[in-house]
Design a protein around this ligand. Structure first.
Ligand SMILES: CC(C)=CCC/C(C)=C(/C)COP(=O)(O)OP(=O)(O)O
Ligand SMILES: [Mg+2]
Length: 454
């Protein structure tokens, strides 16, 4: 059980205690008054200019690269097409934090209470290093709050080591290098407390533990994956069975690191979230597991899918379960019927797809150097469309950019059509997750490096 740290917050059995979320569970009716269309004029910018480190000077050869936009300017969004400009301005109008009486709790820019209220503000943290993929459409984000990052990093490590015995000593460096604290602080700027951030962070660690240990390079294999994944899934979606067989299932939940992590992280989450938020998460994890199985089936037969088939698999083997808990982490609830709307489902799918192709681009060299053939979008495009590695990679950047623009356009349309406060806040939360995810990939030079294509 982690202690609650200097915040002096209650132990996890009682925390986090977002009264709104609990109330929403009991009273699923949305009481927010619909905001008139003029809402858009009341919104403050979601993506204010943010200083980001300039890229290293491009090598002389870079000037020979045709059709590549200039390396992103040091502030604001990085547009790449005329369509981008239109979508940008629409999104910026819509995804702004509201102002005016009674709206402060809906604003991402309000962020959170200072951890130590009387402390003199520390000097601004210098931006972390790491180069963005040239030509990638993205939004730079402010440097994640270092005080929060430190607190969260230390608490998650205590959870990993003391509560779920996640890794043997020799993997500690990799755990630290993953920088999950920085990741989650950057992705959830509206989390009210570190306890709320811990919900997302435990789940993120658990999701990666299962991927590494069951599917990838920490003992994973496609052989027998279906059985292992199904049994691990019961840590999220419990087995209800007879008295004779229940104890064996219960015991299985402690039998390996992924299951210990899933079980514990879900236990905290269920106690903090509403039943429909927990069920949303289970559904998203079932999607994720389905994606792992398709990837494994193709790996077993060394099958390279067509590009669209790969994109379909990657829509399931996807970051989706992470942005879709943004309301639980923010201490409010997007009601289930609004979450289920087809337009919202499209926004979520596009956001998940853009974030996941970001991973394909940043992890490209890591995956090239791993044993066997590791599918990612550039690899599949190269194989299926008979392109050079470089041209395929650049084409994958274009695919990503189109997904990002589609996400932003769909979010803007939905915000205009349904400007309810929890919808707007959820959309802003998903957009913040998309941006934070990019920033974590860009800056995680321990894990990722870019290919030498520019
Ligand atoms: C939900 C979650 C965080 C799962 C982890 C696996 C996943 C769905 C990703 C999008 C990460 O992709 P990948 O397995 O390729 O990760 P690395 O490239 O090894 O970082
Ligand atoms: Mg990857």
């Amino acid at each position: 059980m982690p202690d609650s740290g200097p915040l002096g917050s209650p132990p996890p059995e009682q925390e986090p205690t977002p009264p709104a979320a609990v109330q929403d569970a009991a009273v699923p009716v949305v009481h927010h008054v619909p905001v008139p269309p003029t809402t858009l004029q009341f919104l403050a910018a979601l993506h204010p200019p943010v200083p980001v480190p300039g890229p290293p000077p491009p090598p002389a050869a870079a000037s020979a690269v045709r059709d590549m936009p200039a390396v992103p300017p040091a502030t604001s969004a990085v547009p790449d097409t005329p369509a981008a400009t239109a979508a940008d301005s629409a999104l910026q109008r819509i995804l702004r934090g509201p102002t005016g009486l009674g709206t402060s709790s809906l604003s991402l820019s309000r962020r959170h209470e200072p951890l130590v209220p009387d402390q003199v503000p520390p000097a601004p943290t210098p931006p972390a290093e790491g180069r963005a993929v040239p030509g990638l459409y993205h939004h730079p984000v402010p440097e994640p709050d270092p005080v929060r990052v430190e607190e969260l990093s230390s608490r998650i490590k205590r959870w990993a080591e003391d509560e779920v015995q996640l890794y043997p000593e020799e993997w500690e460096g990799q755990f630290d290098g993953f920088s999950v604290g920085r990741y989650m602080v950057g992705c959830h700027p509206d989390a009210p407390t570190v306890d709320h951030l811990m919900l997302a962070t435990r789940l993120m660690v658990a999701e990666n533990a299962l991927d590494d240990c069951y599917c990838e390079d920490h003992g994973g294999s496609p052989v027998g994956l279906g059985g292992r994944i199904l049994l691990a899934h019961t840590a999220l979606d419990h087995l209800h069975t007879t008295a004779k067989y229940a104890p064996a299932w219960q015991e299985s939940l402690t039998s390996d690191a992924p299951r210990r992590a899933y079980h514990s992280a879900m236990d905290y989450f269920v106690r903090a979230a509403t039943p429909s938020q927990a069920d949303r998460y289970r559904h998203d994890m079932a999607r994720l597991h389905l994606g792992y199985l398709a990837e494994a089936a193709w790996a077993q037969t060394d099958h390279v899918p067509e590009v669209w088939e790969y994109l379909a698999m990657r829509q399931f083997n996807n970051f989706r379960p992470c942005p879709t808990i943004t309301d639980s982490v923010g201490g409010y609830e997007l009601p289930a019927d609004l979450h289920a709307q087809p337009d919202m489902q499209r926004v979520i799918a596009l956001a998940g797809n853009a974030t996941t192709i970001v991973n394909d681009l940043y992890s490209y060299t890591k995956e090239l150097n791993s044993p066997g053939r590791h599918l990612n979008l550039p690899v599949v495009i190269a194989e299926r469309e008979q392109l050079s590695e470089r041209d395929a990679y650049l084409k994958a950047v274009e695919v990503h950019n189109e997904l990002m623009h589609a996400f932003e356009a769909a979010a803007a349309d939905l915000a205009a059509a349904c400007p309810l406060p929890p919808v707007l806040r959820f959309l802003r939360g998903v957009a913040a997750w998309v941006d934070g995810n990019h920033d974590w990939h860009r800056t995680n030079t321990f894990r990722y490096s870019l290919p030498d294509f520019w």
